[in-house]
Design a protein around this ligand. Structure first.
Ligand code: URA
Length: 443
C-alpha cells in the first residue's frame, strides 16, 4: 500500500465522520515530516484532510492521538531539576504581556519556567518581539545556554526552535493559507503538541475568548479548554485552563517596549491593577498546581515575591543573562520610544462600552508595533497607551489614548481605525470580569 492510498482513505474517512485509527494518525503525521521522501504527503492532500477536519471535526480520542503524534514528530525535552517545572501558553491576545510578569514571579517562588515563545503575527503580539525591544536582549539561545539559565535563575524565554513539534510548524503554515485555523481539535493538537514537548509538569493555558480571539464565545472556549486538559492528563501532566475576556485588550499598553514598561510597573509593585491582579492569580494557580500550598497561601507567596522586589530582581537577571540591559527595570526611559506621538480625546462624556481588541491590535500594527507577514520588520517603540478602558466613565475632552509611531502618516491611519473601535454611550455597561472560568485536571 502506498502512502498516497492511505491518505485518500484518511480524507474519505474524516469527510464521512469515520474515526481514524491511532496508527493512521501516526502515519499521517509521519507524512508531514517524513524521514524518507516516499512517505511525504503532498500539501494538496493534507489541505483536503484539514478542511475535512474543519467541517466534520475529530473525536476527542483522535484529537489526542494527533496531539501525541505531533509531539513526537521532534525532540521531547526532559529536565533534570530539583523543583517543579511549569509552562504557560496564551492562545493569542492584544496587550498580553503576562509571560514577562509570571515567569519571574514563579521563578522567585522556586518554580522553574523554561519558556519557548513566538513572534507576533496579525493583530496579536508575541512575547519574543516584546523582549527583543529591550536593548541587547537575545532570544536565540543555544540549547545549553537555555538549560543553564533555567537551572541558575529559574526562568528563560527563548524563541521556539524548529526541533520542537516540527509537524505543527508545517501544518500551521498550511492552515494559515487554507482557512483551516479555526478548528478546536486542530488548535488543541497544535498548542498541546508544543507544550507537551517542552517537558513541563504543570501547564497553564490562558484561553482567550471574544472578538479579538480565536474562540469567539464561552462555549467554544470551554470545549477547547476541556479538550486540552484531556490531552495533558492523558500525558500525565497537570493542566489548568483560564478562560479570559478578549473583548478588551489586556492591561493599558499595546506595543513591544510599551508592554515591557507595563510589565516592569507590575513587577515594581502595581499588583492592584487589573493586569497585576490577573498575573497574581495566574501565579497562584501555577504555584498551587505545583503543590506549594492552597490557592490563598500561593497568592500570598506570589504577592510577597513582588512586594519584596524578588520577582523584579529575577526579571533583571533574566535580561542580563540574555544580553539585555537590566537597568531598564530601574529606568524605563532606556526603552525605545517612537519619534511621533499623538493623544486622542473623547468628544462626549459617558461610559466606554466598547474598545474592540481586534481593531486596537490592527491599529498597533499600522503604527509599526506588529507585522502582517512574517517578513515584515517592527518598530519596537511603537504602539498605544490607553488612558481609559471598557467600563470607565469619561468626561468630554478627556484623554482616551496616546499613539506612538515613526511617522505622522501612520498616526493618521491608526487614528481612523481607532475611532471606529471605541464606543462611548450614556448608559453604564454591565461589568465584564476578566476571568470567565477556570478549569483544571485536578478538579
Ligand atoms: N496557537 C497555536 O499555537 N496554534 C493554533 O492552532 C492556534 C493558536
Amino acid at each position: 500500500m502506498t502512502t498516497v492510498f492511505h491518505m485518500n482513505e484518511c480524507i474519505r474517512k474524516t469527510k464521512q465522520g469515520i474515526p481514524l485509527t491511532e496508527s493512521e494518525i501516526r502515519q499521517l503525521v509521519r507524512g508531514i515530516v517524513p524521514q524518507h521522501e516516499n512517505e511525504r504527503i503532498p500539501d494538496y492532500q493534507l489541505s483536503a484532510w484539514l478542511m475535512a477536519v474543519c467541517l466534520r471535526g475529530l473525536s476527542d480520542s483522535e484529537a489526542i492521538a494527533l496531539t501525541f503524534a505531533m509531539r513526537d514528530s521532534g525532540q521531547v525535552l526532559h529536565w533534570d531539576l530539583d523543583g517543579a517545572i511549569a509552562d504557560k501558553h496564551s492562545t493569542g491576545g492584544v496587550g498580553d504581556k503576562t509571560t514577562l510578569i509570571l515567569a519571574p514571579i514563579a521563578a522567585a517562588c522556586g518554580i522553574y519556567m523554561p519558556k519557548m515563545s513566538g513572534r507576533g503575527l496579525g493583530h496579536t503580539g508575541g512575547t519574543i518581539d516584546k523582549l527583543e525591544s529591550i536593548p541587547g536582549f537575545r532570544t536565540d539561545l543555544a540549547p545549553d545556554a537555555f538549560r543553564r539559565q533555567v537551572r541558575e535563575i529559574g526562568c528563560a524565554v527563548a524563541m521556539q526552535t524548529g526541533d520542537l513539534a516540527p509537524a505543527d510548524k508545517k501544518l500551521y503554515a498550511l492552515r494559515d493559507v487554507t482557512e483551516t485555523v479555526d478548528s478546536i481539535p486542530l488548535i488543541c493538537a497544535s498548542i498541546m503538541s508544543k507544550k507537551l514537548a517542552t517537558g513541563a509538569d504543570h501547564i497553564l493555558l490562558d484561553v482567550k475568548v471574544g472578538s479579538g480571539a480565536f474562540m469567539k464565545n464561552n462555549e467554544d472556549a470551554a470545549k477547547l479548554a476541556k479538550l486540552m486538559l484531556r490531552a495533558a492528563k492523558a500525558d500525565g501532566k497537570h493542566c489548568t485552563a483560564v478562560l479570559t475576556d478578549m473583548e478588551r485588550p489586556l492591561g493599558m499598553n499595546i506595543g513591544n517596549a510599551l508592554e515591557v514598561a507595563e510589565a516592569i510597573t507590575v513587577l515594581r509593585g502595581d499588583t492592584a491593577s487589573e493586569l497585576g491582579d490577573f498575573c497574581i492569580t495566574l501565579a497562584a494557580e501555577t504555584l498551587a498546581a505545583a503543590g506549594m500550598g492552597d490557592k490563598a497561601s500561593c497568592r500570598e507567596k506570589a504577592l510577597c515575591a513582588v512586594e519584596s522586589g524578588a520577582a523584579l530582581a529575577r526579571f533583571a537577571k533574566m535580561i542580563e543573562m540574555q544580553g539585555g540591559n537590566p537597568r531598564v527595570t530601574e529606568d524605563l526611559s532606556l526603552l525605545p520610544e517612537s519619534a511621533c506621538k499623538r493623544t486622542l480625546h473623547t468628544t462626549s462624556a459617558g461610559w466606554i462600552t466598547a474598545m474592540q481588541s481586534e481593531e486596537i491590535g490592527r491599529a498597533s500594527v499600522l503604527l509599526g508595533a506588529g507585522r502582517m507577514t512574517k517578513e515584515d520588520g517592527i518598530d519596537p517603540g511603537a504602539g498605544i497607551v490607553l488612558h481609559a478602558k471598557n467600563g470607565d466613565a469619561v468626561a468630554a475632552g478627556s484623554p482616551l489614548l496616546t499613539m506612538y509611531a515613526a511617522k505622522e502618516s501612520q498616526l493618521d491611519e491608526a487614528e481612523a481605525l481607532l475611532k471606529q473601535a471605541i464606543r462611548i454611550t450614556e448608559k453604564q455597561p454591565a461589568p465584564q470580569p476578566l476571568i470567565r472560568e477556570i478549569y483544571s485536571t485536578g478538579d
